[in-house]
Design a protein around this ligand. Sequence first.
Ligand SMILES: Cc1cc2nc3c(=O)[nH]c(=O)nc-3n(C[C@H](O)[C@H](O)[C@H](O)COP(=O)(O)OP(=O)(O)OC[C@H]3O[C@@H](n4cnc5c(N)ncnc54)[C@H](O)[C@@H]3O)c2cc1C
Length: 364
Amino acid sequence: MESTHSYWEREEWLNAPDLLIAGGGIVGASVALFYKKRYPGHDILVIDKGVTPEGASTRNAGFACIGSISEHLADMQVSGEEIVLNRIARRWYGLELLREIAGDAAMEYEHTGGFEIFTNPETFDDCQKKIDDLNRQLEKRLGLEEVYSVKEYQGYPAIFNRVEGAINSGMLMRSLHQKMNELGVRTWWNCRVDEVGEKSVLINKKLWLKADQIVLAVNGFVSQLTDIPVEPARGYIFVTEPIQDLKWRGTFHYNEGYVYFRNIGERLLLGGGRNMARKEENTDQFGVNPKIKEYLARFAGNVLKLPVNWKIDVEWSGIMGMTADKEPVIKQIQPGIWAVAGLSGMGIAVGMNVARNLVEMIKS
Ligand SMILES: Cc1cc2nc3c(=O)[nH]c(=O)nc-3n(C[C@H](O)[C@H](O)[C@H](O)COP(=O)(O)OP(=O)(O)OC[C@H]3O[C@@H](n4cnc5c(N)ncnc54)[C@H](O)[C@@H]3O)c2cc1C
């Protein structure tokens, strides 16, 4: 009888792990780390469709942030004040957890603070009026005094958030994967889950693999595998070539967080603009929308006033998973099969916490 796999492969390589995680982004990797800590003897396998974690975790902007005031005000219109304040608190505690588990050096964490700049005086005025109340609420919930304050940056009215920072996202993900490898977690790259069965997944359309527990940590791609209501949303970023005397240093938000920029050494990273083509950008296909690229290039010239000879060095897109109320979904979709998705563009802040919560649920 001919078999596709050898005895050794069957016994030692393709044997059912205790936990199989589809998705090697910040959430999948953190689930592996928290689970391994709880069950050191268990076999864990992480599989990912890409040669890198090919979603958002190595394609984001690296803002360790809790959100700008114009974003909070817009969110309060949708979800109400209490929910948004709780969300800000979760982001803050999530960042604390990330810094504790990953370590600042392993992700080049820089405590830059974050500026929101304004070109519309009325919007600035509305946001400025909210500062005292927000500061009072955050002091009550987080014990942090005077989080937001009025400043000016490059001639623009600005609101400074003193508790935010910037990270090197590539370094963070390499470090999480290194930690996983050191703990004996197995990783298979270029392995796509095509179908979910009973305590099993079909990989690359040819191999059914069983596992005692399965976690689908595929965020913006989750609707390809389940009916969980998470919408894919594409985000665009470019990084310039080094710019002499770059004036923008730190992390910056604009227009409810739809535009964001920061320096990486002497280069500027600029991203966002999804609100310019929201419908087209609700996709899980990578790609560059010329409308958005042009909008951001104009912003770089007209608002940021970069010197005329600035050039894009590298551009890319990433796929986020959005929920209607920005709350991530953690759900058991079948016995032993869990889905975690809908990080809603804030996975650096909330990814580890979501992963830890999921591991708590798997246990019970
Ligand atoms: C352009 C951009 C900028 C961002 N900037 C920030 C920021 O500054 N700060 C912040 O907090 N957040 C930011 N985010 C959001 C943040 O990156 C995400 O919330 C976070 O990375 C989500 O992590 P995740 O592990 O859930 O998903 P992902 O990182 O997307 O990981 C999911 C993984 O699943 C894999 N996968 C998908 N389908 C399958 C399948 N069928 N089989 C096997 N593997 C599969 C993918 O290849 C991917 O590696 C940004 C996102 C984007 C796109």
